[in-house]
Design a protein around this ligand. Structure first.
Ligand code: 5AD
Ligand code: SF4
Length: 451
């Protein structure tokens, strides 16, 4: 029998891309390909790319430079660019002196086996059509064993924030069927997975006929009460009361919402087309905290959007203080061709963007530290995820509220729920001691009471 062709794939960018890579691997496994983690032994090399900011693209270009060297040693090797950069930079990637053989956008992965065959026969291939319906609903992603799985439940984005390429690189919103998502979760539960994260660029606008995102969350939460359910990313506009009630009611839906605010200035929010004001965002946070008092909130913030003044920037710092986020992902504005903001210019000087970004990071670090220190001497439930990256004597895992906890290994195992007493904290991590299996691990019937 001929040796299986081997695929090597590197993934950049958001969690949607990680989930897409598993779809790609499943499609290729179905066509007889094996997966390798060694570039040298690969017949096909893919990069699944992100186009959301310039620096993400630069990293991929750097990596493509490395692949050029491997291809010199192994001229039969097929190199392909998948994902958002394939949509945005198709011409550039396919120019004649490029060594890229395939450029395939996020809605064309079913065609990969056919395109690879073509490339082996010397035809460079490009497939970048966006679809209104493709959601890979029938494809079971190829996942390695583990305890935590990403499940893409909707694709695309219709929000058109003026800074963002996603609506152009991933196309219109479309949702998978609730039925197939629930089946996938059942399958993961049977394989021993303990946590699922439902993913979408705009996950809370999920809609499958009569079922909205809260219906989906409730259905997923019922599959297995010992499984944690997370979700990301939510847009403030689609954060319904019904969804908040579902999060509050379902014990195994984590008390954590990632809710990008982007800016604290109404003028900038309007220019960004975020569809809410600072006041509306703050009222939403107030409502969330009233309905789910133990909720943990994180956010995304952009520093240096076009025309941003010192006053706008201070409003962003104020909103960070006022909300007191548990964490924030912070970015310097990066102009993206063809977006509306691209035409607004990029008038905040690079040094000023850096300065503002650093102020935001410093402030958030201070707040995160305070919040983490407040947990010292309390016990929290942790799902053991694996060995700590810093010490082979320690395990790490996350709390329901998505905080990382490091503790000595003791007798516990990966995939168990433990109660951990927190003894020490920095702005990113909590440190503690295991108090033994939690009620969920023991199978306390009270935890299943709202099933
Ligand atoms: N520049 C900087 N940050 C951006 N993001 C999206 N587009 C840009 C851009 N052009 C950030 C937003 C979004 C997160 C995923 O990436 O904060 O929420
Ligand atoms: Fe981009 Fe805005 Fe859609 Fe998020 S909601 S993917 S920032 S357009």
């Amino acid at each position: 029998m001929a040796k299986k062709r081997q695929v090597y794939i590197e993934t950049y960018g958001c969690q949607m891309n990680l989930a897409d890579t598993e779809v790609v691997l499943s499609i290729l496994a179905g066509a007889g390909y094996g997966q390798t983690t060694s570039l040298r032994s690969a017949d096909v090399v893919f990069v699944n790319t992100c186009a959301v900011r310039e620096n993400a693209e630069q990293r991929v270009y750097g990596r493509l430079g490395d692949f050029r060297r491997y291809k010199k040693e192994n001229p039969g090797m097929i190199v392909g660019v998948l994902g958002c950069m394939a949509e945005r930079l198709r011409k550039d990637l396919m120019q004649s002196e490029s060594h890229v053989d395939l450029v395939v956008g996020p809605d064309e992965y079913r065609r990969l086996p056919e395109l690879i065959e073509g490339a082996i026969n010397g035809e460079r291939g490009i497939a970048v059509k966006l679809s209104r319906v493709e959601n890979y609903d029938d494809i079971l992603p190829l996942r390695t064993e583990g305890i935590s799985a990403w499940i893409s439940v909707m694709r695309g984005c219709d929000k058109f924030c003026t800074f963002c390429v996603v609506p152009f690189t991933r196309g219109r919103e479309r949702s998978r069927s609730m039925e197939s998502i629930v089946r996938e979760v059942e399958h993961l539960g049977a394989r021993g997975f303990k946590e699922v994260s439902l993913l979408g660029q705009n996950v809370n606008s999920y809609l499958d006929g009569q079922h909205d995102f809260s219906d989906l969350m409730a259905a997923v939460a019922h599959v297995d009460r010992s499984m944690r359910v997370r979700f990301t990313t939510s847009h403030p506009q689609d954060m319904s009361d019904k969804l908040l009630r579902t999060i509050a009611e379902q014990e195994n839906i984590c008390n954590y919402i990632h809710l990008p605010v982007q800016s604290g200035s109404d003028r900038i929010l309007d220019l960004m087309n975020r569809t809410y004001t600072r006041g509306q965002y703050l009222s939403l946070v107030h409502k969330i905290r009233t309905m789910i008092p133990e909720i943990s909130l994180s956010t995304d913030i952009i520093a240096g959007f076009p025309t941003e003044t010192a006053d706008d920037h201070h409003r962003t710092l104020d909103v960070i203080r006022e909300v007191g986020f548990d964490g924030a992902f912070t970015f310097k504005y990066s102009p993206r061709e063809n977006t509306k903001a691209w035409h607004m210019g990029d008038d905040v000087a690079e040094e000023l963007k850096t300065e503002r970004l650093n102020e935001i990071i410093d402030l958030q670090r201070e707040i995160s530290l305070q919040k983490n220190e407040a947990m010292i001497n309390t016990a929290c439930e942790v799902l053991v995820e694996g060995e700590s990256t810093k010490s082979a004597n320690d395990y790490c895992g996350r709390t329901d509220s998505n905080k990382m906890v490091v503790f000595p290994k003791g007798v516990c195992e990966i995939g168990q729920y433990l109660n951990v007493r927190i003894d020490r904290a920095n702005s990113a991590t909590l440190f503690g001691i295991s108090l033994g299996a939690s009620a969920r691990e023991i199978g306390d019937p009270k935890l299943a009471a709202n099933a």
